[in-house]
Design a protein around this ligand. Sequence first.
Ligand code: SF4
Length: 374
Amino acid sequence: MSHNVKGWCPGALRPMESGDGLIVRLRPRASRLGIGQALALADLAEAHGSGEFDLGNRASLQFRGIRQKSLPELHQALHTLDLLDDDPAREARRNILTTPITNDPETLGLSAALEAALAEDLDLPAKFGFAVDTGARAILGGASADIRLERAKEGLIVRADGMALGERVSAATAVERAMDIARWFSAHAADHRRMSTLITAGGEPPLKAASPPLRGEPLQPAETEAGSCVALPFGRLTAATLRALATGPLRLTPWRSVLVGAVVAPAPDWIIDPADPRLRVSACPGKPSCGSASVVTRELAAGLAPHLPGSASLHVSGCAKGCAHPRSADITLTGRMGRFDLIRNGRACDPPALQDLSIDDVHTLLRGPLAPPL
Ligand code: SF4
């Protein structure tokens, strides 16, 4: 099987080639890992790969640098850890983001029931996903999902992404109604890949829109009622970091962070301050980790982070695909043939304001007294 098809979502059963080996993406059930799972994954990363992971924007965990010949052994180990699906199609459908802020039985039960329902052979696009966001407040509204289970003032709702209101449901009916809407999408999507674009184009999901979700804010690195939220620069963590964090069960978030028990001794690279400027910087792995990159990205981004003014955001992308931050940033630096294009208030693929910059040019432009207003 070829592993270098661009534009698909890699999974554990569908790994993707990268400059440093295979990317093997795990979707932990209910966006959670037990202590034993986390410790075993750390060992597997060192035994079969580069010893590093990336946190994904759907609360996934990606092994980096897995060797092709290690795949059968890795798959066997993941199966034993209950982290592997029966087949690639089911794995692709099991795209469920579960809120990290609560462990209440209703939320975990809905996530498990939805996972079981997605065993149904339903034709959905690779990036189509679900959010079980049924804590006291819905905090995953900015994270990628197409069908959302949330909490409204009146109780649970199911909402199609792109609609302001959701249909009131009970815990007993929520998953079946979510699946009804997924089936409707499958039958009516035509060329649309996401629910919100289908709705913008006039699609009307079959639900009785009645209530808005109770909205909350995304988790920031801090001590919270649910535990300590620790972010990792660029979402990269080593096996050693994973072991250090696994003092209790881990809840993965879509914000390059994990929610853990109390942090006793944070490492210097852990982000535990919500004002840390590294939270406003995105960068893909770049060269040499990704074969599409012609520039080194994360070292540059880390060097520029302390110089970012105010609340400005920076995205350093190895190429115009913009994997690390598909949205607009105040400043985006896009690698092209070993140099950088600079885009203001745009995405990595947008027209640049400045072209063909060297690293020295970038530093001169964005650091110190010569920095232009953002
Ligand atoms: S944006 Fe970065 S990670 Fe994505 S394809 Fe380009 S170089 Fe690779």
